[in-house]
Design a binder for this molecule. Sequence first.
Ligand code: FES
Length: 104
Amino acid sequence: MTEKTFVAVAKVDEIAPGAKKLVQVNGTGVLVCHTKDRFFAVENLCSHAEEPLDCGRMRAGWIACPVHGARFDLETGAAMNPPATQPIRTFAVRVTGDDIEVAV
Ligand code: FES
């Protein structure tokens, strides 16, 4: 197994609790989400009709697709309600100093 490479994508204070930021890592759109106690990173792509998620509503632990309202668990990527049935991709996140790093 190859070790994942973490890439710094933002500073901790750039993404307030309840906010999210869209970044590009190796050509992949990654949404870094700050829920009240931690950061999550998911691909900015709904598994239903491949629409972007970055304008979606986010609450503790999930993000909703703005197009048809499917919600996804930010930790596992699992679809929580229709019309999506497939998960979205999730990525490992860590905080090093004041950098938020993501492994894609
Ligand atoms: S494109 Fe996201 S729920 Fe349909």
